[in-house]
Ligand binder design. Sequence first.
Ligand code: HQG
Length: 248
Amino acid sequence: MNDKEKKHMSKFLSLVLRHKPKYINLELDENGWAEVDELIEKAKSRHMHFSFDELIEVVTTNDKQRFSFNPNNTKIRANQGHTVKTVDLKFEPKQPPEFLYHGTVGKFLESIKTSGLDKRRRQHVHLSEERETAIKVGSRRGVPIILSIRALEMHRKGYEFYCSENKVWLTDHVPTEFIEYNLSSCPNCKDSIEYSPISDVFMKVKFKDKSEKKVYKKRCENCGTNLVMNKYTRNHLAYSNYSNWELD
Ligand code: HQG
């Protein structure tokens, strides 16, 4: 199978093992397992034809190890990410590292600041140990914004965490007081400036030599200084915790 075919099949497996087993009338047991034979047979009703060996290939080479077999390969399930309400994967609570990361996008920030991180349609809030993973997750929706979660402190205060087989950290809800938002500061007065995808003004600045620079501009709300940030830095803000605004 080529990469495109594998991806197509992985998406199909996510659909029926996490979200809509009814799409092919598949039975998931209370722990999320489906019979492999039944899956192969019923997938045909949606023109998904694959062999047992091809299924093994997709599962073992999957970039995020999204699926698992039982020990004798007769059953298959998704390791996390379900929206099907009746499935309980029976995760064991586990102590998280000091920080976990969550990748999101600017348009959700205001709401997250008000109500914390919610699980939305899924069964849990998804967090990762690596910032890189959070960047990838956030990038699915636009310019990623990485939130750092003080997970160990949450755990000490009684919040439970779970870690799926494919190393996705899960929890029910992250209250906003445990979230560290990436702030930068004004190079003039050092007051903190929030990443503000809505109010920052984007413009092209033309130089005499006809070269062009794409920048974001804003005014520090505290001292009134005009600030500038180049587009490249801005779009990669998620990659650093540094203050990126410069004096205009
Ligand atoms: C946001 C993929 C407003 C949250 C990834 C996210 C992941 C809020 C979106 C897995 C909010 C939910 C999960 C609030 C959270 N107000 N927005 N209070 N609380 N949000 O897809 O974490 O490729 O359900 O920031 O790799 O993006 O499918 O969750 O943007 O592991 O295997 O609401 O999906 O895995 O979106 O991604 P999702 P997610 P797969």
